[in-house]
Design a protein around this ligand. Sequence first.
Ligand SMILES: C[S@@+](CC[C@H](N)C(=O)[O-])C[C@H]1O[C@@H](n2cnc3c(N)ncnc32)[C@H](O)[C@@H]1O
Ligand code: SF4
Ligand code: SF4
Length: 300
Amino acid sequence: MKISSFIHFAAFGIKTILLKKRSPIVGTVILTDKCNLSCKHCSVNNITTILHPYAQIKNEMRQLYDIGVRILFFCGGETFLWKDGNHTLKSLVAEAKEMGFLIVNAVTNGTLPIDLPEADLILLSLDGDRSRHNAIRGNTYDTIMENVKNATSDNICFYMAINKINQCAVRDVCIAARDATNVRAVSFNFHTPYPDTRELALSKEEKKQCCEVISAMKQKGFPVFNLQSAFPYIIENKFPTPCHQCVVIENGKISTCGRCVEIPGLCQECGYFFAAEYSLLFRGNLKVAIEMLGTYLKYI
Ligand SMILES: C[S@@+](CC[C@H](N)C(=O)[O-])C[C@H]1O[C@@H](n2cnc3c(N)ncnc32)[C@H](O)[C@@H]1O
Ligand code: SF4
Ligand code: SF4
């Protein structure tokens, strides 16, 4: 991370905590909900299948920039399916950097060839060892691992959503993150129980056991991107929600924290680690701040 970016984030953090401000710093643009997969745990794919036009996406990026967002994510649907004329995910990432975003990341299912050195991080969903991953995401594990190996840059971070099907495969994904070429780390979330996937949610006890495994792996030196200091709050769902420093824009509509904010009661069962980590950070949790600093400097 550049020193100028670090100064910007530090100043934002101090202002937010001291003045109890609610301005955003992390933003996500949804490029499309179109997807080539239909994962068992997902409730947001192929609802409209529209690839939003370039002019609209550019306008949404500008809107987020203008309200102060400096950490930008592109998400979907499947982000690598997005295109409009000559514009692709690759050109969008480059444009976001030119626009002034300080960190630009993309989230992908990894089933298409990966050529995105322009991104700071490519969050690539891997949901377990081959059998557990394929049980959730169809027969895609080998294709993904081949794409990871052939990626043109080493900025990949595995992204695992832990649920009833794959809770026993946390270790496998840590090992894959350590051993795979081009992979820097792994970042975990717990399943967030949308109304149509409630049966995949973990109990508090199961979340606790997963966090113990993640902590143990982190202590053994495996490259884990999550913050241990936030685990107790995540297990108990005792963090302030929604996180006001995060926003999402989809088809012109801005939501605070996530698109899921509109689903009644869902925030009380939220499994997204970022929501806990950022909301604790910006409420002035010192342990989270120190651990986040170390983690971001190590992996970005
Ligand atoms: C919606 S997908 C979009 C990007 C891309 N298609 C992918 O799969 O990475 C973004 C991430 O959200 C995760 N996800 C989907 N539904 C979830 C849920 N209910 N709870 C937690 N994570 C979820 C996916 O596993 C994926 O890592
Ligand atoms: S690949 Fe991503 S968007 Fe597509 S169904 Fe799976 S989780 Fe949902
Ligand atoms: S806290 Fe944020 S990410 Fe979690 S369910 Fe609520 S809106 Fe979604």
